[in-house]
Each structure stands twice: as structure tokens, then as C-alpha cells.
Design a protein around this ligand. Structure first.
Ligand code: ADP
Ligand code: MG
Length: 256
């Protein structure tokens, strides 16, 4: 088996925003992230793919410190991840995260969901926060759902609210961890379209997804992970037409 491990970026990052250096993490005996070196440039869209259990979610979760690392460093916009407290809350706001399960506050309205963090973490004025929330809900196509509760919305609508909620914090980077995996097929595109638009608007994005159409059209770079390592990385054209490692070839043969 040939494994091509590329630790340098396909294209050098002109303006690095997210930098991981020699990051390692274990869950007990499991070495879930192994010597991860990764630089994501401002405005870059990176799609992460790989088999289940390869460490994709853990990678995302370490970037906004939902998980700690055992060794190595992670910097966002030049600053190491803070350990705790208000600094950590701000970091989390700088790094927007959208999960497979939408994770909205069930007992708050859609509008309140998008207002809350702005007021609590960014110390925004309530009125201004509401105005911004309405504009963002409009932007993701759920402007008319503002006064409903999450359970009254479809999965696709809830996920778009989750994206609006993250955007309300003016994040520097957005992480998406399989944002369409829990959706009924007819709702996948409405979420991908919002993500496409974000990418076109220049948002820095890390997207774990098996939506290869999205990867082809939106990604600047595809990372292929297996067994806690970045096994291969390339432009989508290059990766999909000419995967180099056996692991990637095998994976693509199963999903394409
Ligand atoms: P992926 O997102 O690529 O499917 P994950 O990052 O979720 O992979 O998980 C990578 C490996 O780490 C898996 O074997 C998983 O079972 C394990 N794992 C993930 N989270 C935990 C945890 N909190 N405790 C123990 N093991 C975990
Ligand atoms: Mg996962």
C-alpha cells in the first residue's frame, strides 16, 4: 500500500488564519490525531473527507477547543487558543461551528437563538442584535420563521438558522461538521446553497462533508483523512481525478 503523506499545503498560505502545528491527540490508547500540520489561509475553503472514525470531527472540535490536544499548537489569526474563561468564549465566537445535529436552543425562538450570543459574548446592544439577526435570517432564507421555535421548522430550516446564529458572531472561520448528514435529501441543497454563497462571499471555511458536488464547486482544497492523519491533500480537480494514496482511491470508489 502506498500512502502519500503531504504535510505541506498544496498552495502556500499567503495569509494564514488557522495554523495547526504537530497536533496530537489521544482518546485513551487511540491516537486519534497524529502529527497534524495544517495551515488554512484567510478566505480558503477546505473540505475534509475520509472514512468514519478517521478523526474529522475531532479535528474540527480541537480547532474551537471543544477538545484539548495532547501536544502541538493551534493558532487562530496568530493567537494560540485560550484555555478558558471569557477569552475562550470569544475564541468560540471567532470560530463558528455548525454540527450535524443543529443544536439550537429548543426553548428559544429562532430570533432569540441568533440574538443570544451577540448580546452575551459580543456585548452587542439588544436592538442592534435583533436587527442583525433578522438580516441574517433573511440571508439564509428563513426570514419569515423568526418568531417560531426550532421544533416548528424543518431540518433544513433549522440548519440554516444554526448557520445564521454562527454568522451573527462575525466569525473569522466557520467549521461545518457534516451539516447535511441528518437532513432529508430534499433539504440538503438548501443548506449547501447557503454554504456555497458563504464561500463565494469569501468566508474561511472548514467543511467535513461527503457532498462531493459541493467539494468540487466550493473547495479550494480537499483534505483526505484516515486513521488520524492527513493522508492526502490537493485541489478538488486533482484529488477526484487523480487520488494518489490507496486509501483515498478505495474511499472514493465506495462513495462516487
Ligand atoms: P470522524 O468524524 O472522522 O468519524 P471522530 O473524530 O468522530 O471521527 O472519531 C475518531 C475516533 O475517535 C473514533 O474511533 C471515535 O470512536 C473516537 N472518539 C471520538 N470521540 C471520542 C471520545 N470523546 N472519547 C473516546 N473516543 C472518541
Ligand atoms: Mg464525524
Amino acid at each position: 500500500m502506498t500512502e502519500v503523506s503531504v504535510t505541506k499545503d498544496a498552495a502556500p498560505a499567503a495569509d494564514p488564519l488557522v495554523v495547526l502545528e504537530n497536533v496530537n491527540k489521544h482518546f485513551g490508547a487511540l491516537h486519534v490525531l497524529q502529527d497534524i500540520d495544517l495551515t488554512i489561509a484567510r478566505g480558503e475553503v477546505v473540505v475534509v473527507i475520509g472514512p468514519s472514525g478517521s478523526g474529522k470531527s475531532t479535528l474540527c472540535r480541537t480547532i474551537n477547543r471543544l477538545e484539548t490536544v495532547d501536544s502541538g499548537t493551534i493558532r487562530i489569526d496568530g493567537r494560540p487558543l485560550p484555555a478558558e474563561g471569557r477569552e475562550l468564549a470569544r475564541l468560540r465566537a471567532d470560530v463558528g461551528m455548525v454540527f450535524q445535529s443543529f443544536n439550537l436552543f429548543a426553548h428559544k425562538t429562532v430570533l432569540e437563538n441568533v440574538v443570544l450570543g451577540q448580546v452575551k459574548v459580543r456585548r452587542a446592544d439588544k436592538k442592534a442584535a435583533e436587527q442583525k439577526a433578522r438580516a441574517l435570517l433573511e440571508r439564509v432564507g428563513v426570514g419569515n420563521q423568526a418568531d417560531k421555535y426550532p421544533a416548528q421548522l424543518s431540518g433544513g430550516q433549522q440548519q440554516r438558522v444554526a448557520i445564521a446564529r454562527a454568522l451573527a458572531m462575525d466569525p473569522k472561520v466557520m467549521l461545518f461538521d457534516e451539516p447535511t448528514s441528518a437532513l432529508d435529501p430534499e433539504m440538503i441543497n438548501e443548506v449547501l446553497e447557503v454554504m456555497q454563497q458563504l464561500a463565494r462571499d469569501g468566508m474561511t471555511m472548514v467543511c467535513v462533508t461527503h457532498e462531493m458536488g459541493f467539494a468540487r464547486s466550493a473547495a479550494n482544497r480537499v483534505l483526505f483523512m484516515a486513521d488520524g492523519r492527513i493522508v492526502e491533500q490537493a485541489s478538488p480537480e486533482e484529488f477526484f481525478t487523480n487520488p494518489k494514496s490507496d486509501r483515498a482511491k478505495d474511499f472514493l470508489s465506495k462513495i462516487l
